[in-house]
Design a protein around this ligand. Structure first.
Ligand code: FAD
Ligand code: SIN
Length: 534
């Protein structure tokens, strides 16, 4: 089957949806998503969107907090754009029907409620209780469904990008219908990669199943520049419970005064950073890791029992219910927590308008590396980044009027195979990637362990490519191939950076080194590349 559209948008999180809504004003949009419409990292976002709305806040403070968290690697132009254009994009979300939490001031005036999270010098996180992402997805999906230029393709998993010529031009993508097993060719004048993150490359993660790094792997295979892949953010506080291992306990809980404690009740964050429990995320996650190694304990605890129980239940209804469902009453009990893989600061390199290094291929949201996050993302800057850069990319949508549509039918090369890949082998290989990455490429790294990981992931990658070339395609096989590809990119980037900075901590190079104050950029034509955009 071949489908021709003006815009192909891969992914229905905040990035893909907000771009599609704007692109839909200029032409026909195919919005392709690999599970059901709302399933995305966005849907699970808890804390909220950071943006300057309060009287005691200003752009300089938000810019500065972003740079401090980013440990010297954030691009100045991208950060300025993020912070200054952010409030207008958030207002657009409100106009589209997103209902953020509000609060009444003593004066009787009702205002947007602002939360606080790690690394922020002010309360600036707009939220919808602790279900911010679900509220955003609800509103954006409803808008997309009511737009007659947007056609939504659910349970359709992009396999690879269609790229032609040199310099390379993207002409669309091949897509597997995961329900029928058919492969379709989507021809598009412009392709937007909005496939989100890659948390599933690790054994323990806050991310849902969709986060398998497909966009980064596809773009890399297509020849795009990919940057800063070593900077994987581990969220300090994921619930430690055998029945709810990947559930996030929002940083906003610490923003409301939640304290991190060891088993004996003692606090420890004051020994690691002047901001204590609200230090930037890399510092808190590393401190917890160090305390767990020192004490031999399985977890540390988050204590919010000082807060009025009614306030806990109204501010964190989802977290309260989830904890209660596994026997933890957070109004009375400390919550057992451990760090888990959460966010990819690197990704497909773009300029400040979302353009990748391949013509007519754009990227935004977590899949992109816009220069905003540097070596460590500031909490709640991710939803904002997706909105701001999707909007900037959409400014180029009217250029489709002058573009030729590609319509030549193109057979997908491996679609003819009929024998399925052995499911147990595919699933075991996925687990193997996740275990290797958790064991050797986690919060604290060494060069020797990175080399071990590289041997392992290259071995898995070779086998995945063999299966891919000879067996019938399935969603799991596509994901294995992509997970192995992005795992390799993370390890190679981590080996490349011979210093410790932000989220990348290598015991063999324990400090930052100015010689490495630049992005780590690779593409498949020869690595490493010249740093881009700095
Ligand atoms: P996603 O929302 O992940 O959307 C990606 C889409 O692409 C999905 O629809 C997926 O199905 C689709 N897709 C993937 N691969 C393919 C493929 N091969 N073919 C077709 N479709 C594909 N950030 C904040 O700023 N504030 C927060 O409070 C916050 N809380 C978070 C809480 C949790 C539990 C998690 C996991 C993340 C949180 N983050 C938060 C990070 C933030 O949610 C994400 O970075 C952001 O939502 C990414 O948006 P996105 O649109 O780029 O990707
Ligand atoms: C959280 O609520 O702690 C997640 C916020 C984020 O990832 O930005």
């Amino acid at each position: 089957m071949a489908i021709a559209v003006d815009f192909l948008v891969l992914g229905s999180g905040i990035a893909g949806l907000s771009y599609a809504l704007k692109a839909g004003r200029h032409g026909k949009v195919a919005l392709v998503t690999k599970k059901s419409d709302t399933e995305s990292n966005t849907n699970y976002a808890q804390g909220g969107i950071a943006s300057v709305f309060s009287d005691d806040d200003n752009f300089d403070l938000h810019v500065n907090d972003t740079h401090v968290a980013g440990a010297g690697l954030c691009h100045e132009d991208s950060v300025e754009i993020l912070v200054k254009e952010g409030p207008d994009r958030v207002r657009e979300l409100i106009d589209l029907g997103v209902r953020f939490s509000r609060e009444k001031l003593p004066s009787g005036k009702t205002v947007l409620a602002m939360g606080r999270e790690g690394g922020h010098s002010r309360r600036r996180i707009l939220h919808a209780a602790d279900l911010t992402g679900r509220e955003i997805e609800r509103a954006l999906v409803a808008q997309a469904k009511s737009c007659d230029t947007i056609r939504l393709f659910e349970h359709d998993c992009a396999i690879d990008l269609l790229v032609e010529g040199y310099p390379r031009t993207c002409k669309g993508a091949h897509v597997l219908d995961t329900e029928t097993g058919d492969v379709a060719t989507f021809h598009a004048k412009v392709t937007m990669l909005a496939t989100g993150g890659l948390g599933r490359v690790y054994r323990h993660t806050t991310n849902p199943e969709i986060a398998t790094g497909d966009g980064v792997a596809m773009a890399y295979r297509a020849g795009a520049d990919v940057g800063n892949m070593e900077f994987i953010q581990f969220h300090p506080t994921s619930l430690y419970h055998k029945d709810a291992r990947s559930f996030l306990i929002s940083e906003a809980v610490r923003g409301e005064g939640g304290l991190l404690r060891l088993k004996d009740g003692s606090t420890f964050m004051e020994r690691y950073h002047e901001m204590g429990c609200l230090a930037p995320r890399d510092i808190v996650a590393r401190a917890i890791d160090a305390e767990l190694k020192r004490t031999g304990d399985d977890c540390v605890y988050l204590d919010i029992t000082h807060l009025d129980p009614e306030r806990v239940k109204t501010r964190f209804p989802n977290i309260f219910e989830k904890c209660l469902s596994v026997g933890i009453d957070m109004t009375k009990d400390w919550i057992p927590i451990v760090p888990a893989a959460h966010y990819s600061c690197g990704g497909v390199v773009t300029d400040v308008n979302g353009k990748t290094t391949i013509d007519r291929l754009y990227a935004c949201g977590e899949v992109a590396c816009t220069g905003v996050h540097g070596a460590n993302r500031l909490a709640s800057n991710s939803l904002l980044e997706a909105l701001v850069f999707a909007h900037r990319a959409a400014a180029y949508c009217d250029s489709v009027r002058n573009m030729e549509a590609g319509t030549a039918p193109e057979e997908y090369p491996v679609a003819a195979h009929t024998e399925p890949a052995p499911t147990h082998e595919v699933l075991e290989s996925i687990e193997r990637v996740q275990n290797v990455m958790w064991r050797y490429v986690g919060i604290v790294r060494t060069t020797e362990r990175l080399h071990k990981a590289l041997d392992e992931v290259r071995d898995i990658s070779r086998r995945a490519e063999e299966l891919y070339a000879r067996r019938r395609l399935s969603a799991e096989l596509i994901e294995l191939r992509n997970l192995a590809q992005v795992a390799e990119l993370i390890v190679v980037s981590a080996l490349e950076r011979q210093e410790s900075r932000g989220l990348h901590y290598n015991l063999d190079y324990p400090g930052p080194d100015d010689a490495w104050k630049h992005d780590t950029v690779f593409n498949r034509d020869g690595a490493p590349c010249e740093p881009v955009n700095l």
